[in-house]
Design a protein around this ligand. Sequence first.
Ligand code: FES
Ligand SMILES: [Fe+2]
Length: 391
Amino acid sequence: MSETAALKPHMKLFARLREETKTNAQPSLPPRSEIPVDFYLDENWFARERAELFAKTPIIIGHVSMLERAGDHFAFAHLGKPLLVVRGHDDVVRVFYNVCRHRGMRLVTEEGVARRPSFVCPYHHWAYDLDGSLKNAPLPETFEGHDLSCRGLKPVRAEVRHGFIWALLDDDGSIDLDGFLGEINDDLEAFDIKSQVFFRQTTTTKKANWKLIVEAFQDGYHVTRLHQKTVGSMFMDARAAMDRVGVHLRAAVARADFAEILEAPPDQWNDRLHTSFAHFLFPNTIIVIHPDYVSHLGLYPQAIDETTVVHTCLIPKKPKTDKEKGHWERAFDIIENGVFQAEDFFVCENAQIGLASGANETLLLGAQEYGIALFHDILRDAMGPFQSGAR
Ligand code: FES
Ligand SMILES: [Fe+2]
């Protein structure tokens, strides 16, 4: 048996990256290496993306560790519909429309996680249990002839897997996460995402098309350059490998210590110290596996040139001391403010301005941007070839 035959799927990619590094080989140039700039500017196409990709796919809207106890909840509105995510007395995490069934008031209006024993609509005080059932409507005699028991909160299809809460906005659709995730299930299992706990979350809106942000994380070309003042020296230059896994992408970037295992057998390979994985989960999720914590980035398009980015930091266990907390605060500050905001998102916003200028007709991809070409293959399979419409 070869030394790689028994490896987990993501470690097979690790082995390929090791082989390419040892032989100083680059992946071949991507098949579709020029992307028309209209792909990021065409309003008709954008409307199709929202309808065909985002409304019909299970989308991650949070992590269960955000909701520690019964009654913990948060409102989520980044997908264009008001949602309410809540942990019930039975410990089940449910998703509802965040909409009162009387006259449509948004039930929870504050941001962030809060705890409540039940939900009371501010308008006329209809009260809902944590499982969504209507438990009280003042002056019920004024609704004579109406069955109020069927006016519980409207549920949204949702499922928890690997600790992530996935919701499907299509009321007629169904969620099949096994089929949807395929082999990516093995990766998320291997990284033990479900045992991680919520530490911090930031929500920012960037003036960039959502696809530019996906692409920034499937790019082995920029790491040591754009990030030279922060994490660049922690990585090897231009040593990244990507795999298409169904509609998802598995990506590994060689860290500086990768050089140590080029001649070592697989039992000395470490997926978190020798590489950083940055998976793309269709259509809008990036999961970065850092050496000791995880970044989840949810990208929620608001307009063709505007994307809400929710960055959730997941750590192995809740900090018990101020020292531990300080360690994670510093790690989060560097990755969120130093790397993502000041570097990755900074270039995405400026690329959006550059694309809109008309200076270029296409974007050009090299061999270390192979993952971006794979991303475009996935989009093409989902929506057909890009056709420019009126804009
Ligand atoms: S709209 Fe909520 S109680 Fe009337
Ligand atoms: Fe980056």
